[in-house]
Design a protein around this ligand. Structure first.
Ligand code: NAD
Length: 449
């Protein structure tokens, strides 16, 4: 006897299989390969952003109370910049490379060799809720640039944005080659049972492991854009008011729900004291005396995340903040001082508006603290000292390394954006997106005569 749930499961599996088969059939026709198709799709994706700026900002406000300025900057302007950069350089990036004659020693005279990119086929993009538009459609832009058919699964935890993308994507992009499937765990599980030629997942490491296990069944390569605790080292020689302003802006944007947000600060005791004061001023400058009534401050995505972050407020001593309002999903921008590596707030990625200050005696201790933990998605430093910069670069590991302005590295399209170890594998943005969604094929031509 089959139950209703089993029947639903079967029909979900069949629908998913049929959809993937349709995308594969489109790819097999060769329709997505020509440069002209790729560029046209990128231009249409650009139009999706520019013609729906307000609708995108409205959806993000509904899902996350995302301030409009943040929504425009991170979820419209950044993707448009990525698309423009790709359109400007795609033809050049796709030009086959050729090796010089020295590499061909021993082969017949007139031989040539090089590499060229070819699309992988049909790819799956699974996106999270925190920057739900950017983290869905920038990977899609890369997959289009590489000439693939694409299935996008937005996060069910940002429902207004998910619904908007499901509505807009088929209106703008080639519906035979690009599809959106909305849903949560059952839909994603059904998708992961299918064979794709690449899976691009952004989210947490637990689900990252589920994705990778499912991908292994089909030997499908994966890009995993995960998270982690991104540390900030603040040296003694810095102007703390500049450091505090830049730290506060990066940390409290999107209420701290940013994968590359500074997670915690490592600094000496005197700098920590100075930072406490400067951070309080910086936060007031950003959100006024009552952040809850500021249009510039966001909310926790849901009660589960509200409860999780609220439980981290008692580590160390509270410098400022700490106020919460569960009905409003509000957690005040909070700074905690005197935090140690064993405190609860240091045991998991915070992903919320809480900034712990951890005191260290010197750079050696800071480097040891960082290296005792998982490799983070980003590592930041504020210092005027070249030796400190060199040591942080040489003696630690992280997805990205940024001095002077946290989170800015992700806006540089030509830099690979991605993690290492627990913070992920693979990278994208600009030419790296093309590489992520392509196969670099080796080619050797030997003359017959
Ligand atoms: P999420 O809960 O929205 O999950 C991401 C995706 O996984 C969603 O599409 C969801 O439907 C799917 N999913 C969830 N559970 C699943 C399951 N059991 N089986 C199959 N699929 C499932 O997002 P999240 O993971 O809460 O996002 C936050 C995390 O993502 C943080 O760790 C953050 O650092 C990381 N992150 C990383 C980046 C990056 O670029 N590296 C960007 C944003 C967020």
């Amino acid at each position: 006897m089959t139950t209703t749930t089993e029947t639903t499961d079967i029909s979900l599996r069949e629908d998913t299989a049929a959809l993937v088969a349709r995308l594969r059939a489109t790819f097999a026709t060769g329709r997505t390969r020509p440069l002209a198709w790729r560029e046209e799709q990128l231009r249409r994706l650009r139009a999706l952003f520019t013609e729906n700026r307000e609708a995108i900002a409205d959806a993000l406000h509904s899902d996350l109370r995302k301030p409009r300025r943040e929504a425009y900057a991170a979820e419209v302007d950044l993707p448009v910049h990525e698309i423009d950069h790709t359109l400007a350089h795609l033809a050049q990036w796709l030009t086959p490379t050729s090796l010089d004659q020295e590499s061909l020693a021993g082969l017949p005279q007139g031989s040539t060799a090089g590499t060229q990119y070819e699309p992988l086929g049909t790819v799956l993009v699974i996106a999270p809720w925190n920057y739900p538009v950017q983290l869905s459609l920038v990977p899609v832009a890369g997959a289009l640039a590489a000439g693939n058919a694409i299935l996008l699964k937005p996060s069910e935890l940002a429902p207004a944005t998910s619904e908007l993308m499901a509505r807009l994507v088929p209106r703008y992009l080639d519906p035979e080659a690009v599809a959106v499937v909305e849903g949560g765990i059952p839909e994603t599980t059904a998708l992961l049972a299918q064979r794709f030629d690449h899976i691009f997942y952004t989210g947490n490491g637990t689900v990252g492991r589920i994705v990778m296990r499912a991908a292994a069944e089909h030997l499908t390569p994966v890009t995993l854009e995960l998270g982690g605790k991104s540390p900030v080292f603040v040296d003694q020689d810095t102007d703390v008011s500049v450091v505090a302003a830049r730290l506060a802006d990066a940390k409290f944007r999107n209420a701290g729900q940013t994968c590359v947000a500074p997670d915690y600060v490592l600094t000496d005791p005197a700098t920590a004291r100075a930072l406490e004061v400067a951070l309080a001023e910086a936060v007031e400058g950003l959100f006024g005396p009552d952040p809850q009534s500021s249009e510039a401050y966001g909310r926790m995505v849901n009660q589960r995340h509200f409860d999780r972050v609220s439980a981290l407020l008692d580590s160390g001593t509270r410098v400022f903040g700490g106020r919460t309002d569960r009905d409003d999903l509000y957690i005040a921008p909070t700074v905690l001082a005197g935090v140690t590596g064993d405190d609860p707030v240091m045991r998991e990625e915070i992903f919320g508006p809480v900034l712990p200050l951890v005191e260290v005696a010197d750079l050696d201790e800071a480097i040891a603290f960082i290296n005792d933990r998982d490799k983070p998605l980003a590592l930041y430093g504020f210092t005027e000292n070249e030796t400190t910069r060199r040591r942080l670069a040489a003696e630690t590991s992280s997805g990205g390394l940024g001095f002077g302005l946290p989170m800015a590295h992700l806006r540089v399209s030509d830099l690979p954006f991605g993690g290492v170890g627990e913070s992920g594998m693979g990278s994208y943005h600009g030419p790296h997106s093309l590489a992520a969604f392509s196969h670099r094929r080796a080619r050797l031509d030997v003359p017959l005569g």
